[in-house]
Design a protein around this ligand. Structure first.
Ligand code: BJW
Ligand code: ZN
Length: 317
């Protein structure tokens, strides 16, 4: 990782000191060093599926069992992950400056767990820990960040214990043992008791409707409270952000951290901030992922190349 150029660090720090109204747009790269995969690029496959194709209403309608297995695994990983130094540095900035708001595309709950003040944290794409009913006439929704897995059938296979061998063509105990040995032999990491369900070698039971989380009010299917492609972002969240921007005579600084800036409307906030005078600082491993691409940077912007968990605490110091 190249060191941060001293001149950039100094000019950024001076601008940060002078800044009052600050906006941050966060993406999956922020949580990468906490062990959570990103969507695009190397980490973007779950088993043999493109994670982006599982994050759609169509995929859920076609195969709710598979999509629930994907989200159940993501919940499990997020619950077992820890916020990294960048989550804490951003939370600290928010605690010090009530005019700083964060727009997070992440659904992993790590900013919240780093004590980011909730009134300054806007979750554009919802949360893995919100659940809501898919029943047409039912408005049931709830928060749950303590039950893992949400149903017994969503349990991750363990060595020698398959969640429901009758739902797989292989004998559960036998198949998992063989695969576990194969994984060990190929130097893959696996705890003695838990297999990696994102590995396509691990048998995945095919689940039926009765295996999935159900609404306690109407018995309908619950779904994760995240925003899929083609779905609107939470209207109260958009309104709060619009109000904050409208009431800002000037925005001093926009931080764009660990996002490919390819998903809308999230990516559009950079332009709104620029219209209000903001200078833009991007933290990313890949210069091509700056908003507008590598040539989208403007004079006065900063590009800090590298791991957000190292760079963000350094620049916000
Ligand atoms: C590191 C790092 C390290 C790695 N340190 N950096 C205008 C134009 C064109 C299309 C549209 C448009 N407006 C709307 C659309 C349609 C669509 C869209 O944007 N499509 C584009 C893909 C073209 N948008 C929508 O459908 C949105 N809804 C909407 O607009 O409703 C109204 C409407 C509908 C239809 C038409 C028109 C209007 C909803 C978008 C919902 C996105 N949902 C997901 C899934 C959420 C649930 C879940 O988590 O499973 O959100 S998709 C996925 O992408 C997820 C993420 O939040 C989001 C953004 O990804 P992110 O965070 O940027 O991750 P990556 O992986 O892409 O990038 C990681 C980055 O980190 C990379 O740059 C790395 O280099 C970097 N990195 N390690 C620093 N250690
Ligand atoms: Zn219901």
């Amino acid at each position: 990782m190249p060191p941060i150029p001293a001149a950039d660090l100094q000019s950024f720090s001076e601008h940060l000191q002078r800044s009052t109204r600050i906006l941050a747009l966060l993406g999956a790269g922020l949580s990468a060093s906490s062990g959570l995969p990103t969507f695009r690029g190397a980490g973007g496959m779950w088993r043999t599926f493109d994670a982006m194709l599982l994050a759609t209403p169509g995929a859920f309608n076609d195969n709710p069992g598979l999509v629930w297995q994907f989200y159940s695994h993501r919940r499990h990983m997020a619950l077992n992950a820890k916020p990294n130094r960048a989550h804490y540095a951003l939370a600290k900035l928010a605690q010090k400056n009530k005019h700083f708001i964060t727009l997070s595309q992440n659904v992993d709950g790590l900013s919240h767990r780093a004590d980011h003040p909730p009134e300054q944290l806007h979750l554009l794409h919802g949360s893995l820990f919100d659940l809501r009913c898919t029943g047409f006439y039912c408005n049931y929704s709830t928060k749950n960040d303590f039950t893992d897995p949400l149903t017994p059938a969503l349990a991750i296979p363990t060595q020698g214990v398959h969640p429901d061998p009758s739902k797989d063509d292989k004998t559960g105990e036998e198949a998992t043992k063989v695969l576990y040995e194969a994984m060990k032999a190929s130097h893959k990491e696996a705890t003695p008791t838990e297999l990696d369900i994102s590995d396509p070698l691990v048998p995945l039971p095919s689940l039926q409707a009765e295996d999935l989380p159900k609404c306690p009010e109407c018995g309908g299917l619950l779904r994760p409270g995240v925003v899929w492609f083609g779905e609107g972002l939470p209207s109260h969240t958009l309104r709060e952000i619009d109000d904050w921007i409208a009431e800002s005579p000037q925005i001093d600084l926009m931080l764009v951290i660990g996002t490919s800036s390819k998903v809308w409307p999230a990516a559009g906030y950079v332009d709104y901030a620029r219209e209000k005078g903001a200078r833009v600082a991007v933290v990313n491993m890949d210069r091509n992922d700056a908003p507008g691409g590598a040539n989208g940077l403007e004079p006065g912007d900063w590009f800090f190349e590298g791991d957000a968990s190292e760079i963000v605490p350094e620049i916000l110091k």
